[in-house]
Design a protein around this ligand. Structure first.
Ligand SMILES: NC(=O)C1=CN([C@@H]2O[C@H](COP(=O)(O)OP(=O)(O)OC[C@H]3O[C@@H](n4cnc5c(N)ncnc54)[C@H](OP(=O)(O)O)[C@@H]3O)[C@@H](O)[C@H]2O)[C@@H](O)CC1
Ligand SMILES: Nc1ncnc2c1ncn2[C@@H]1O[C@H](COP(=O)(O)OP(=O)(O)O)[C@@H](O)[C@H]1O
Ligand SMILES: [K+]
Length: 511
């Protein structure tokens, strides 16, 4: 699914109005109408007090249209104009007039001088104060209103985006954002819905299709995409009946050290479950027995030393894809081995954990990393690789520039893992906090390596791998719960994640 920028949303709005030869207020009427349908479906005429807070821009206009529908349908509504600016926009004014024409209870105008209204926990609050147009810090009295809404314990429904949330920067000290129970966003999700500093405000949300011009939406390329089941289905290649293991590639997982063999065991097993025809693990001698006992399906290769860490990386396996890093450590002998290894590589590979740390500490090695290699850092590893950042948006910009400069793919792991290549961002839509457990990153490395070995393009392997990893965890928590989930369980559910691609949605239960 495409995620549009603010400029693209405004453009879509303009083009839709032009194409339909309708005044832009009609789009606002449509948006407000859909908001009303959503609310009405849930309240069914109930007399709960509804407080609609409207700004003076188009977001406020949407709120005004909703308020008018609520008034016309005899709901118990009080409407407020949060008059934060003298520049009331024309469509807002029109919607405001239309509301005033249907009721004697005109909206209450709030300014800096006003006493803010009491909001009780039984109220429903509609937050239509700021939408995607917020571009500077609101005045203190407006922030006080946001705080009062948040402190009220009322059910808060935000229109389009929680007021106070910016489209292009994370909150800073002193910023206040409305914390809604639900957000109804128009047409498509927005980037901040997925970023660590702002996603916690999006506890629950849905998209309202307000009919922006489908042609414009379809043909406009976006810098950001959301990757879910539909996108992964397009990349998936099914197997034919006469397939044999030689057709699905040989994965080589390099890593492990004394006390950290589990990481490479997990990665190797995950590569098998992801469908790699064969898997070999290249580990220090100390780890061979552990690996062979844990995973009879996986072959082992080892170095010619007898230490606790890898001291050389020299293998016979003719691998279709290599994943390096899990449990490997950063011993100086291993660093030397990685240097030698990287200089000999030509094909894209998966670079994780200590392999990232080694490259971060020896940036000259980057020039030997094959193009389109996939780095899978968590935020700590990413910072070592690219340096610090100001906020979530700055991190995305710096990471995508770094990936572009070195022609690599970077998978930024987190609650919403974001993959970047060629200045584009791909946000993953699967996964849950059950994955916040030791070893789940190692599993991801194995899955991506296994997909790469099967001949998927590195971008497909990265996006599909991240999706399947998260989806497997989503299915697994039905059995293990979020707290109970372990990395090894995710591997056991990878097959189910594949099957789920084509699973029919459950039939609704008979009444
Ligand atoms: N486009 C679409 O497809 C559709 C959009 N729709 C709706 O429109 C919403 C976007 O509307 P919007 O552009 O009018 O912006 P909104 O958030 O209402 O802010 C109003 C203005 O406030 C100003 N301002 C900013 N920060 C400020 C501050 N701190 N303190 C004081 N003032 C501040 C700033 O103007 P400025 O003063 O910078 O000129 C800004 O323009 C969108 O979220 C959705 O709900 C739907 O109707 C249907 C289709
Ligand atoms: N709250 C969360 N929601 C969804 N996925 C998560 C969450 N926390 C962690 N993950 C995922 O779990 C994995 C953790 O990887 P990593 O930090 O490398 O763990 P480890 O080093 O223990 O293997 C990543 O794929 C990350 O995206
Ligand atoms: K809002």
């Amino acid at each position: 699914m495409k995620i549009y920028s603010r400029a693209q949303i405004y453009e879509a709005d303009k083009i839709t109005a032009e194409k339909e030869s309708l005044p832009s207020i009609n789009l606002m009427e449509r948006a407000g109408g859909y908001l009303y349908e959503w609310v009405h479906e849930r309240l069914q005429g109930g007399k709960v007090p509804i407080k609609v807070f409207c700004g003076i821009g188009n977001n406020g206009g949407d709120g005004m249209v909703l308020a008018r529908y609520l008034v016309e349908n005899n709901y118990n509504v009080t409407t407020y104009v949060v008059n934060y600016n003298t520049k009331r926009v024309p469509d807002f004014l029109e919607a405001y007039d239309r509301l005033k024409s249907v009721t004697k209870n005109w909206p209450i105008v709030l300014t800096e001088e006003s006493v803010l209204p009491e909001i009780s926990p039984q109220d429903i609050v509609i937050d239509a104060i700021f939408g995607i147009g917020l571009n500077r810090a609101p005045q203190d009295w407006v922030k006080k209103l946001f705080s009062a809404i948040n402190a009220s314990n009322a059910y808060v429904l935000s229109v389009d985006i929680p007021s106070g949330m910016y489209m292009d920067r994370s909150p800073e000290e002193g910023d206040v954002i409305v914390l809604p129970r639900f957000t109804l966003s128009f047409q498509a999700p927005k980037l901040p819905f997925f970023l660590p500093a702002t996603a916690p405000f999006m506890q629950a949300w849905d998209i309202l299709d307000i009919g922006l011009d489908p042609e414009y939406l379809a043909k406009t390329p976006t810098d950001v995409e959301l990757i879910g089941k539909q996108e992964v289905i397009q990349m998936y290649k099914s197997r034919h009946q006469f397939a044999h293991k030689g057709m699905f590639g040989h994965s080589l997982l390099i890593g492990g050290s004394y006390g950290k063999m589990g990481a490479i065991v997990l990665a190797s097993k995950a590569a098998m479950r992801a469908g790699s025809g064969m898997v070999t693990a290249y580990v220090p001698q100390i780890g061979v027995q552990i690996l062979q006992t844990a995973l009879p399906e996986v072959m082992a290769e080892t170095d010619n030393f007898n230490g606790k860490v890898l001291e050389e990386i020299d293998f016979q396996t003719e691998a279709n894809a290599i994943g390096i890093g899990p449990g490997m450590g950063t011993d100086p002998k291993t660093v030397k081995a990685v240097e030698g290894f990287l200089k000999a590589q030509k094909n894209p590979m998966v670079i994780d954990a200590d392999a990232i740390n080694i490259i971060a500490a020896h940036p000259a090695l980057l020039e030997h990393v094959p193009n389109l290699s996939i780095f899978t850092p968590h935020l700590g590893e990413l910072e070592r690789l690219i340096g610090t950042w100001k906020d979530d948006f700055d991190r995305l910009e710096k990471t995508s520039k770094f990936a572009k400069t070195h022609d690599i793919i970077i998978v930024i792991k987190g609650a919403h893992t974001i993959t970047t290549h060629d200045m584009k961002l791909y946000i993953n839509d699967s996964g849950n906090p059950g994955l916040a457990t030791a070893g789940s990153g190692d599993v991801l490395t194995g899955v991506i390596t296994g997909l790469l070995a099967q001949g998927y393009h590195p971008m497909e392997a990265a996006l599909m791998g991240v999706y399947f990893h998260g989806r497997a965890a989503d299915i697994a928590i039905n059995q293990y719960g979020i707290e109970g989930l372990m990395a090894g369980d995710v591997i056991e559910f990878l097959g189910r994640a594949y099957m789920d691609l084509f699973a029919k949605p459950e039939e609704p239960k008979a009444p």
